[in-house]
Write a protein that binds this ligand. Structure first.
Ligand code: NAD
Length: 249
């Protein structure tokens, strides 16, 4: 039995599969991750400071215009569409196999594919809010606002994306939901994440006795803890799993 067949067998016998993913889940939709060879850490060299600085709360507050120049150029992909990974996870949820998606991504592609239970640990580019009056804006509305650092139409305050910047805490309700889902999982599929960003990466340690499966192109520091490591495309791995389990996928 190969690894995909083994994982498929575990999922067949499971009632609460949870997927925990990161930027690698969206690279096949054309959104670069941070740490791969084609990732933002290399392509954004020369943009000024490294991404952890440009995307930090301090930088946002002190240099909102440079922050938004970087953010709009490197973090927003309006034309990106769900890929096989997102589609397979949505199909597994519809089939009653997948209990939740926990994601570090901010691109909204799981919901675009039809997933309903999605814990967005780092927020979403699709929600934006005026820091002064609280007025809400969609992504397109925010992008249409005047100013490089967008200004609220109602009060002129700066409109901030609902994404968790470096130095900012995670939303406690989202975190609690993710922890609860992973504790109850009988199979945890982890895909497309280097598992280097904390506290998110610590969620793997919340698994209580369920099988741990890693689907990643590169090695991670959690590989030796896993029950199975599927090396390669997470889109391809999940497509094969969904084809084997969901009759009409
Ligand atoms: P990361 O860039 O640190 O690691 C991505 C991992 O995915 C790497 O190990 C890489 O080998 C692997 N990978 C890339 N493409 C893959 C594919 N098609 N199949 C299998 N594996 C693949 O990403 P991270 O661990 O998510 O941490 C980066 C942080 O940056 C996150 O906190 C996230 O919020 C943010 N981010 C989000 C997006 C997005 O929303 N799409 C994009 C870039 C960064």
């Amino acid at each position: 039995m190969n690894k995909i067949e083994q994982v498929t067998e575990w999922i067949r016998g499971s009632e609460r599969v949870v997927f925990f993913g990161g930027a690698g889940t969206s690279t096949e939709s054309g959104i670069p991750d941070f740490r791969s060879a084609a990732g933002l850490y290399r392509s954004a060299q020369g943009s000024g400071a490294p991404p952890e600085v440009m995307l930090s709360h301090t930088y946002f507050m002190e240099h909102p215009e440079s922050f938004f120049e970087f953010y709009k150029k490197h973090m927003i992909y309006r034309d990106a569409r769900p890929n096989a990974a997102h589609e397979a996870l949505a199909a597994l949820e519809r089939a009653g196999k997948l209990a939740a998606v926990v994601t570090q991504n901010i691109d909204g592609l799981h919901q675009a594919a039809g997933s309903r239970v999605v814990y967005e640990l780092h927020g979403s580019v699709h929600r934006n809010r005026c820091m002064a009056c609280g007025a809400a804006y969609t992504l397109d509305e925010m992008l249409a606002l005047p100013g490089v650092a967008p200004r609220c139409r109602a009060c002129g305050g700066v409109v901030k994306p609902d994404v968790v910047l470096y130095e900012e805490p995670l939303d406690q309700d989202v975190w609690a939901g993710a922890v609860e889902a992973i504790r109850a999982a009988d199979v945890l599929l982890v895909g497309g994440t280097s598992l280097t960003v904390y506290p998110a990466a610590g969620l793997v340690g919340e698994l209580r006795g369920g099988k741990l499966v890693l689907m990643n192109r590169e090695e991670t520091s959690f590989d030796r803890r896993a029950d199975a490591v599927v090396r390669g495309s997470v889109g391809e791995a999940l497509r094969r799993v969904a084809e084997a389990i969901v009759a009409d996928f």
